[in-house]
Design a protein around this ligand. Structure first.
Ligand code: ZN
Length: 247
């Protein structure tokens, strides 16, 4: 099975379309989506509709989906995120808001090899920022390949019998990560719509379970168009500016 793995679209339609076009040219069979469809970006309704059409094999919610659909309050969001999520809540139509509110919480077991979560397998809202977080997440995972999002940083960790390390130490993209049966893996495919690892290109991944390999990609998209949409909707300027920086 070839799974397309996407996360943190954040209502960025231009980035989503670029990722889907690239992924289709590479080839995949099913889609896994790790949450945060909305929040920050200017096209939450269009993204909900596009994602529904994907008929994803695995689809879980992120923290912005919860707040944007009214499941949770924006308590804990900073001022800019709060402004954008209020706008998102008011802009979503009823059908899309109800659909988002009904998305399941992670973690979700996909098959014998893969499980998906938004933040970590032990807490959907927790962040994996350092090695200790990564180890804790790997120990909580019930499948050898745990896919996560939330940090908007494209990264992969592996744990073998005697070693813990970065499977993505190489900056080159696309980058193949061979999936050894004896090891465990924790991989973030990066954010489609708001990368924060210094590379403004949209991130995504493809897992090939038969070939036992995950590949992570970056793809260019029309950033200026996504920025113009954010300003057009009256969302905070900084949300447009950060897209060009990938921060
Ligand atoms: Zn996010």
């Amino acid at each position: 099975m070839r799974y397309l793995v996407i996360s943190d679209i954040h209502a960025n339609l231009e980035a989503f379309d670029a990722v889907m076009a690239e992924a289709k040219s590479i080839g995949f069979e099913k889609v896994l989506l790790l949450g945060d469809l909305v929040g920050y970006g200017a096209d939450p309704n269009a993204i909900c509709e596009r994602v529904r059409e994907l008929n994803a094999e695995g689809l879980i919610r992120g923290n912005h989906d919860k707040v944007g659909s009214g499941v949770e309050s924006p308590e804990g969001f900073n001022a800019v995120a709060r402004n954008a999520i209020r706008w998102t809540y008011e802009t979503l139509n009823k059908e899309n808001r109800e659909w988002l509110a009904a998305l399941p919480a992670g973690p979700l077991i996909v098959d014998d090899m893969i499980e998906i979560c938004h933040g970590t397998p032990f807490d959907e809202d927790a962040y994996v920022f350092d090695d200790l977080d990564a180890l804790r997440a790997m120990h909580a995972a019930r499948r050898p390949l745990c896919l996560f999002g939330h940090t908007h940083v494209q990264v992969g960790h592996y744990l073998s019998r005697d070693q813990f390390g970065l499977a993505t130490a190489d900056d080159h993209r696309p980058l193949g990560i061979p999936l050894d049966d004896a090891n465990r893996y924790l991989v973030n495919p990066g954010s489609v719509g708001q990368p924060r690892d210094g590379d403004p290109r949209a991130g995504f991944g493809i897992v090939d379970t038969a070939a036992k390999e995950m590949t992570i990609f970056r793809v260019e998209y029309p950033i200026s168009k996504a920025q113009a949409r954010i300003l057009e909707e009256g969302l905070p300027d900084v949300l447009a500016q950060r897209l060009a920086l990938g921060r």
